[in-house]
Design a protein around this ligand. Structure first.
Ligand code: ZN
Length: 309
């Protein structure tokens, strides 16, 4: 190749490289993607992770900023030796899991991830899991069942305009599924800002008398089951949505979202626009500390539920 042709080829390749560089710059998204690990794979006989995790994935994937990866644990009774999720590759972990204990390496992995500033979202029956894992109990603030008996730690509820801890007897229970009202308790919190003060939520369980270390918990929303109206009501304003801080990490805990093997694919609790919206906003907040998603026009009102198909 003579010198002239060489110089021409060099100029062409430079121009091409510049073009590719400019092109890739202009194609970059305006906002970085939030990497979400949806971790699921086991539930008790009262729940159905195979259905709930599909709905959670659908609701999270509907948000453009989320890049969702579904990670499934070994099945109940299977070998967990190689189970060691790469938490550090994600911004937030959404847990839909109630099952076998994890090996020490996986436990330490989640502790380091959240303690170091990673986000965590705990959905419904996840707070039944890992009663014997002290750091997990700190991450979720309060939990139920799974060995969390009367001396496990204080109960938490909303009373007299503020959060109160109770050391009185009584461990977790819930009334039968029914429609109930959710009351916002922290209207200025990023997850709750702009949501109505009261809204109706369909066919779900009011998790009640949850216990735990209950440290660094902010109650975002509550619900109350009247003893006179439903079986196993407590008459207390029980926390439904919570903000918990663990080390440098943020945890969004929703006790909503019951899904059992008898439910059909509609599952009103998980397809409630209130559940979907708080899940999406809570996941963004756990990952970044902010919420940029608007409140949807079909958000439920104080008088009526709103469910998407
Ligand atoms: Zn349930």
């Amino acid at each position: 190749m003579n010198t002239c042709i060489k110089a021409f080829a060099k100029r062409i390749s430079l121009a091409l490289m510049l073009g590719i560089a400019l092109c890739s710059c202009s194609m970059e998204p305006t906002r970085p993607q939030i990497k979400v690990m949806l971790l699921t794979g086991q539930s008790s006989k009262y729940h159905n992770w195979e259905l709930s995790s599909v709905l959670l994935e659908k609701h999270l994937s509907a948000v453009e900023m989320f890049d969702v990866t579904r990670v499934v644990t070994p099945a109940q009774g299977e070998d967990f030796t190689g189970f060691n999720p790469e938490f550090g590759a994600y911004d937030v972990v959404v847990l839909d899991y109630e099952g076998d204990g994890w090996p020490e390496s996986a436990r330490k992995g989640l502790e380091s991830f959240v303690g170091g500033g990673g986000g965590l979202v705990s959905v419904h029956a996840t707070d039944n899991a890992f009663g014997d894992w002290p750091a997990f109990n700190e991450m979720i603030g309060v939990g139920g069942w799974g060995g969390r008996d009367d001396d496990f730690g204080p109960k938490i509820h909303w009373f007299d305009g503020k959060t109160q801890l109770l050391n009185t007897p009584g461990s977790a229970m819930h009334p039968p599924k029914h429609d109930f009202e959710i009351v916002t308790r922290a209207p200025e919190h990023p997850v709750m800002k702009g949501l109505p003060a009261r809204w109706m939520h369909p066919n779900d369980e009011i998790y009640s008398r949850l216990r735990g270390p209950a440290k660094h918990v902010t109650i975002l929303a509550t619900a109350k089951a009247d003893k006179s109206k439903v079986d196993r009501g407590t008459d207390n304003h029980e926390p439904m949505l919570m903000d918990i801080r663990y080390g440098k990490g943020r945890v969004f805990h929703t006790t909503l979202g019951h899904c059992n093997t008898q439910d059909d694919e509609k599952v009103f609790s998980l397809n409630c626009v209130g559940f979907i919206t708080t899940l999406q906003r809570g996941t963004e907040w756990a990952a970044t500390g902010e919420v940029t998603q608007p409140v949807p026009a079909d958000f439920p009102a104080a008088e009526a539920v709103s469910v998407r198909n």
